[in-house]
Design a protein. Structure first.
Lengths: 230, 274
C-alpha cells in the first residue's frame, strides 16, 4: 500500500491546493451518502477514469489496491444480504437448513445495492484523494482545519517513521527467509517471534537516537507545521 | 576553542573515556580528525561535546568557559557546536526536504524571512536545490546524509561535528563529502570528524587524535599521526595508502592522491622503468 504514497507526489494535480482537493473529496463523500442511486452510478466511472488519468496508473494496478479493502466490504455486505427465513419465498437460492431456509434476502436487496454503491463510491473518492495529495498537503489541510497540534505532530512522526519501520521489517524478514526461517509452520512461528522481538528492540534503540538528534536540533517540544515558501 | 580537561566518562560501570585532555581549534587546525576503531569512544566524546552526555569527572570548556547544563546554556551551546550523527534516518523528522532543513530554525523561532534565506543558501551550498520538494523516504543514502548536514549547517555554528560521515556512502558520495568538507573548511568552518576510514581522514584532516579504549594514544599532523604502523595495527586500524607508499617504497609523502598523480618527476621515473 505504500506505493500509493509515491503516486501522491508524482501525479498531474499534486500541486493543487490541498483545500480544493479536500473540498472535492467532501463533495464526493456527499454524493456517496446521498440517497439518489443514479447519481452514484454516473459519478463512479467518471471518478475512476479521472483518477487513472491524473495518476497515470493502469486499471489492473488500481483494482489491486482494492484487495486490501474488499474482505471488509464483502463481510459487511454478506452479513446484510444473506439471511435465514422460515419461508423459501423470502429468499433467493433457498437452501433448507435446520428447518429454515438460507439464502439472499429478497427484502434486503435494495439496501444491499444501495450500501454497495455507497461504500464503493466512498472508497473511490478516498483513493482519489490519497493518490493525488502528497502527505505534507494533508498536514497543511489539518492545520487549516484547526486540528489539534498534538494530533498533527503524531501523524507527521508516524508517517515519517512508518517507512523506517517497514524497511527494518523487510530487512529482518528477508534475512530470515534466506536462511530458511519460514520453511515450516513451526519455524515460521519461531521466526515471527524473533522478528517481533528484534523490531521492538530496534524501536527502543531508535527512540534513543531520535532523542539525541532532537536535542542536537534544539527541539523545544513542538514540531512547527507551516508552509515553507522556499 | 574547545578544551577537554581530564575528562572521564562511564556508562554505569563501563568506563568509555579515560582522562582525556585536548584542545580543539588551534590556528591552522580547521579540520580535526578523531580516529579510532569501533567502540573506542569517538561517538561518546561527541555526545559529551554537545552536552547530551555529561563527563563523569573533568570538564569541558568552550571559549574558556566551562559547559553548563541548564536548558538556556545548552541551547546556546548547540548553536555554537552542532553535530551530524552517523545514521541519517534518525535525524530527519519531516517528510519533505526543505521542511526538515528548516526544523532547527523554527525551533529557535527565527523570523520566516530569515528561515527562507538560510535554507536557500544551504540548499545551494550543498548542491541539493533540486531535492528541496522531494519526500525524504525516497532519497538515496548519500542524499539523506547531505540533507542531514544541511539541517545542521543552517544553524551557522562555529563548530561542526561529523560522526562517521562516509559510513555507507558509495565512492561518488564519499568524493562529494570530501569536496563538501574542503569547501566548508575553506570558508572558515571548524570541523571535527570521527572516522576509521583512514584514507578519507588522511585526505581531509589538518590534525588528528588517535583514540584507543577511551585514551588519546597519539596526536599530530599527517606526518606524525599516521607514521606508526605498529600502533595503528594495535588500534585495529590501517595506515593510509599514501603513507604506506612513502614508508615502504620510499616515495615522497603526498598530501593527497591527486598530488601524486600530478607529480611529473614520479611519472617520468616510472616511465623510465617501463
Amino acid at each position: 500500500m505504500l506505493t500509493i504514497d509515491k503516486y501522491a507526489y508524482n501525479n498531474e494535480i499534486a500541486s493543487w491546493s490541498p483545500s480544493v482537493k479536500g473540498l472535492l473529496w467532501l463533495v464526493g463523500m456527499i454524493i456517496a451518502f446521498q440517497p439518489i442511486l443514479l447519481l452514484k452510478i454516473v459519478f463512479l466511472p467518471i471518478a475512476v477514469i479521472y483518477t487513472l488519468h491524473v495518476v497515470h496508473v493502469t486499471l489492473h494496478q488500481y483494482l489491486k489496491w482494492f484487495y486490501a479493502v474488499i474482505p471488509f466490504v464483502a463481510l459487511s455486505i454478506i452479513g446484510i444480504a444473506f439471511t435465514m427465513s422460515p419461508s423459501p419465498k423470502n429468499v433467493y437460492g433457498a437452501i433448507h437448513l435446520f428447518g429454515n431456509y438460507f439464502g439472499l434476502a429478497k427484502s434486503m436487496m435494495p439496501m444491499t445495492l444501495e450500501l454497495s454503491f455507497r461504500i464503493i463510491t466512498a472508497i473511490v473518492c478516498t483513493y482519489w484523494f490519497a493518490l493525488t495529495t502528497p502527505f505534507q498537503q494533508i498536514i497543511l489541510l489539518f492545520k487549516h482545519l484547526h486540528f489539534p497540534s498534538l494530533l498533527i505532530e503524531e501523524t507527521l512522526l508516524m508517517y515519517r517513521f512508518i517507512f523506517i519501520f517497514v524497511d527494518s521489517f523487510e530487512q529482518i524478514y528477508r534475512a530470515q527467509e534466506l536462511r530458511f526461517g519460514y520453511a515450516s509452520l513451526g519455524l515460521s512461528v519461531h521466526s515471527a517471534a524473533i522478528l517481533g522481538k528484534m523490531l521492538f528492540e530496534q524501536v527502543i534503540i531508535n527512540y534513543q537516537k531520535m532523542t539525541y538528534a532532537l536535542d542536537a536540533k534544539i527541539f523545544q517540544g513542538e514540531f512547527a507545521v507551516q508552509e515553507n515558501k522556499i | 576553542m574547545i578544551e577537554l580537561q581530564d575528562v572521564d566518562f562511564a556508562y554505569d560501570d563501563h568506563q568509555v573515556l579515560k582522562d582525556v585532555s585536548l584542545t580543539l581549534g588551534k590556528p591552522g587546525q580547521n579540520v580535526i580528525g578523531l580516529i579510532g576503531q569501533n567502540g573506542s569512544g569517538k561517538s561518546t566524546m561527541f555526545l559529551n561535546l554537545v552536552g547530551i552526555l555529561k563527563p563523569t569527572s573533568g570538564r569541558i570548556l568552550l571559549d574558556g568557559q566551562p559547559l553548563k547544563y541548564d536548558k538556556k546554556s545548552l541551547t546556546h551551546l548547540r548553536q555554537k557546536v552542532c553535530i551530524v550523527f552517523q545514521d541519517s534516518e534518525q535525524q530527519l523528522f519531516y517528510s519533505i526536504v526543505k521542511d526538515d532543513i528548516a526544523f532547527a530554525l523554527h525551533n529557535l523561532k527565527l523570523p520566516q524571512d530569515e528561515v527562507v534565506a538560510r535554507v536557500r543558501k544551504v540548499l545551494k551550498q550543498l548542491d541539493i536545490e533540486h531535492l528541496k520538494d522531494r519526500p525524504i523516504q525516497y532519497l538515496s543514502g548519500g542524499q539523506k546524509k547531505r540533507v542531514a548536514i544541511a539541517g545542521i549547517l543552517v544553524l551557522k555554528s562555529e563548530w561542526l561535528l561529523l560522526d562517521e560521515p562516509t559510513a555507507g556512502l558509495d565512492p561518488d558520495g564519499k568524493q562529494r563529502m570530501i569536496t563538501l568538507i574542503k569547501g566548508l573548511a575553506a570558508n572558515g568552518q571548524k570541523i571535527l570528524i570521527s572516522s576509521h576510514d583512514m584514507d578519507f581522514m588522511y585526505e581531509i584532516g589538518d590534525y588528528f587524535y588517535l583514540l584507543q579504549h577511551g585514551n588519546i594514544v597519539k596526536q599530530g599532523d599527517k606526518k606524525t599521526a599516521f607514521a606508526d604502523d605498529k600502533l595503528l595495527s594495535e588500534c585495529s586500524l590501517e595506515q593510509p595508502w599514501l603513507m604506506k607508499l612513502h614508508q615502504r617504497l620510499g616515495l615522497p609523502l603526498y598530501e593527497h592522491a591527486d598530488a601524486m598523480f600530478e607529480d611529473e618527476q614520479l611519472i617520468h621515473t616510472l616511465s623510465a622503468i617501463q
